[in-house]
Design a protein around this ligand. Structure first.
Ligand code: DGJ
Length: 752
């Protein structure tokens, strides 16, 4: 075979054949370029701009919409039209690689964004630019919509680009509309299809498992496709988080280099394909995972895909994170610019072993400690099969009469008397087979009736595609919050993945089983919408057996999230660090627990870099520990505005150093707080032989640096009266003198 190929190939051409071949090729190429140039002059150019960046879309000679540029804005916008003239990656045989929403079945030979079976069974789709318009939402927000249509079938796709100008964030989604006669079926229906040109592409994605969330892994992308995805249904991010860092040309750095942070706002199965194509372009396709999810679209209806959210910076991951944090606080995270409650949780302190007397004592403990709220965790409900462990009771949401004879309202009242707010844990989407709910409504449970059941934490998932189940789940919340409007906090948990994906409701209503994964998530959002319509302000924590469900669609409804059940502070430095690329500190619930033997100061200092809480037995604290914690809460009170609403600067990565260092700076650069943590157990005389450069300060200001949150009986080794210029702190840095006795050091930086 090989031999024959060589004989038939160009090497067998005679000299004259060969020169004719080359001439023809060059002529064709030049002709192609001149046609392209002429047509380019008539083409439609659509810049998607934020304060610093541009994503450029342009139609080609055949009215295909192509993505021709992505990066820092050009100084002269009139040069946008020249961009396509400089790109000769046009290969008539190989199709189009940079289409803005690549359809399957016609000219395309690469990974599609859209794959459809039309009403007549045809599987080809073409998308041609029709029109575009821009809606100015306010001074800072615009929505550009671009209509594409199939010239043969009446399928339409509208691409939406919502730009948040100051924050340099783009939110992109698509709407697919069926104007054909009859229903069509979508095999793939992505949210976004982007393409990039760079020397190299370095992808950092974040994998994990229970207790080991957000483990970064950086890889140089080679030709072909790298996919990150989830097929777990619920608790969808257990093994892979729907976030990534793409670094162009060279690996991502904190303060320099071109990086894109991206995330899919979807609380279910997601898929992101990173394809380095034959021309070394990067094609990115992000959306709902098409895995077992063929979705029908009835005549005259449309499907809105989830938002793919991204931000670009040519100043490294630090700037990109700050952009995303500002966007999240201003536009996405519920009450993003508001306040949060410090709390005492009883999960690790009592597990299932409590009663109302014990809880009332814990309220008093919480008050003594100085937190705002007591959070009652799992184990307070179910009577037929009491919830005394995780094998039973889930689904039966009446208070357990043995543990809580006077019900929830008694607890709320007692907490009030103790001068502390009351919050409560729920896991309303789930059911134990050992429950009254399961016995009464087996058809409400996602399961294969003919196959053995598979359990994840001994439980199954309720079928939220079913409106009756949606009513039931809403009813749980309505019952709790309606009867007890004083409830000050909800922790919404979700501990199981979906096994045996089968819905009795979809069966009964003659819908496709392949709708289950998608309709489940839509059902969940419907419930959350109703909860928020009825109870718009109660703070809610998004939890999923740790950090199994953290995404920017769910965070529309939640004020905060639980990053991991792993509360070992050393592990937490890494986990919280990695979440910090995408989510602002105000959303990260960091609890001080007894999970490890690490000293209380270190545990407290680590929890302070987000929203601090406790999950300890307060009565077990020594006198000094209690004194320290009470003081720490006061210190935190004075810093929380800075941590929750300030800008984060990551200074030294725990992955690259024996310590981690990060700081928050307020808007006018008059106040900052620096957190330093030793992250190794290896012996050293000092862990910070050299200073760590600070960031985000005003070089022309003078700052005093003071160590805070000292443990009773200890004193700082730092000179509390020294004043430094911002310039000095930025260029030379500051040494916080971390050593074996000073494994965590918090510095307050105040402009003079
Ligand atoms: C998993 C959560 O992550 C924990 O914090 C705790 O609430 C348990 N569930 C309760 O079952």
């Amino acid at each position: 075979m090989q031999k024959q190929f060589i004989q038939n190939g160009p090497s067998r051409l005679t000299k004259s054949h060969s020169s004719t071949f080359v001439k023809t090729a060059i002529l064709t190429f030049l002709c192609f370029i001149s046609i392209s140039l002429t047509k380019a002059a008539n083409s439609v150019i659509i810049p998607v701009e934020t304060a610093h960046n541009t994503l450029l879309l342009q139609t080609d000679a055949d009215n295909h919409l192509l993505m021709t540029y992505f990066g820092t804005k050009l100084a002269d916008a009139s040069e946008y039209k020249l961009i396509s003239t400089q790109n000769n990656q046009k290969d008539v045989n190989a199709g189009i690689f940079n289409h803005a929403f690549t359809p399957a079945g016609t000219w395309n030979l690469v990974e599609p964004a859209l794959s459809i079976t039309h009403a007549d069974g045809n599987i080809s789709t073409e998308l041609i630019y029709v029109s575009h318009k821009t809606e100015q939402v306010n001074d800072n927000v615009k929505i550009l919509s671009i209509l594409l249509a199939d010239p043969v079938y009446k399928t339409e796709v509208t691409l939406y680009f919502k730009t948040y100008i100051k924050e340099d964030v783009v939110e992109q989604w698509s709407v697919i509309r069926n104007n054909e006669k009859g229903p069509l079926n979508m095999q793939k229906y992505a949210s976004a299809n982007l393409s990039f040109i760079a020397k190299d592409y370095y992808l950092t994605h974040f994998h994990g498992g229970w207790g080991r969330e957000m483990k970064p892994e950086q890889t140089l992308l080679t030709h072909g496709i790298k996919t990150i995805d989830s097929k777990l249904g619920t608790r969808a991010n257990l093994f892979e988080h729907p976030v990534f860092i793409m670094s162009f040309d060279k690996p991502a750095a904190e303060d320099e280099g071109k990086v894109l942070l991206g995330t899919l706002a979807w609380s279910g199965n997601f898929r992101m394909d990173f394809e380095v194509d034959a021309y070394h372009n990067l094609r990115l396709i992000a959306g709902i995972n098409p895995f077992q999810s063929e979705y029908p679209l009835a005549e005259g209806t449309e499907f809105k895909t989830p938002s793919f959210i991204y931000t670009f910076s040519d100043k490294g991951t630090g700037e990109a994170s700050r952009q995303l944090h500002r966007w999240a606080r201003n536009y996405r995270l519920m009450d993003g610019n508001g306040s949060r409650l410090t709390l005492l949780n009883n999960w690790e302190a009592t597990y299932f072993d409590f009663n109302q007397e014990k809880l009332v004592k814990l309220f008093a403990d919480g008050k003594k400690l100085g937190v705002d709220l007591f959070l009652l965790d799992d184990g307070w409900f179910a009577n037929k099969y009491p919830r005394n462990d995780d094998f039973a009771g889930l689904g039966d949401w009446e208070p357990n009469v043995k543990k809580l004879p006077d019900g929830i309202s008694y607890l709320v009242k007692e907490a009030g008397k103790a001068g502390i707010k009351f919050g409560i844990w729920v896991e309303p989407e789930m059911v134990n087979p050992k429950s009254d709910l399961y016995e009464k409504h087996p058809d409400w449970v996602i399961r294969q009736t003919e196959r053995p059941e598979h359990y994840f934490r001994n439980q199954l998932v309720l079928d939220l595609t079913n409106p009756e189940v949606q009513d039931y789940v809403f009813g749980i919340m309505d019952n709790l919050l309606g009867k007890n409007p004083e409830i000050g906090f909800i922790k919404w948990d979700c501990n199981s993945v979906i096994f045996n994906a089968q819905s009795a409701y979809l069966q009964k209503t003659k819908q496709k089983q392949s709708q289950l994964y998608v309709d489940y998530v839509h059902g969940l959002y419907k419930v959350l919408e109703r909860v928020r319509a009825a109870y718009p302000v109660v703070p809610m924590m998004l939890c999923s057996g740790g950090g199994g469900r953290v995404d920017y669609e769910a965070l529309k409804y939640f004020t905060e999230y639980w990053p991991s059940d792993n509360t070992n502070p050393l592990e937490r430095v890494f986990i919280q660090w990695n979440y910090s690329y995408f989510y602002p500190a105000i959303a990260s619930c960091n609890h001080i627990t007894d999970w490890s033997k690490v000293g209380l100061k270190y545990r407290t200092d680590v929890a302070m870099m987000g929203k601090m809480g406790y999950d300890i037995v307060v009565s077990n604290l020594s006198e000094n520990e209690l004194k320290f914690s009470q003081q720490a809460l006061k210190t935190y009170d004075s810093l929380k505005d800075l941590i929750w609403h300030g800008d984060l600067y990551r200074l030294a990565s725990p992955d690259e150093n024996p310590y981690a260092s990060l700081m928050f700076v307020n808007e006018n650069k008059t106040k900052a707080v620096v957190f330093n943590y030793v992250v190794t157990n290896r012996f050293d005389v000092t862990y910070s032989p050299t200073p760590i450069r600070l960031n985000g300060l005003d070089a022309s200001k003078k700052y005093r640096i003071q160590e805070i949150n000292l443990y009773p009986g200890t004193t700082t080794t730092l000179n509390a009266s020294a004043v430094f210029s911002g310039d000095f702190l930025i260029r030379n840095g500051y040494n916080s003198e971390m050593n074996l006795l000073r494994t965590s050091v918090i510095l307050e930086v105040t402009a003079q």
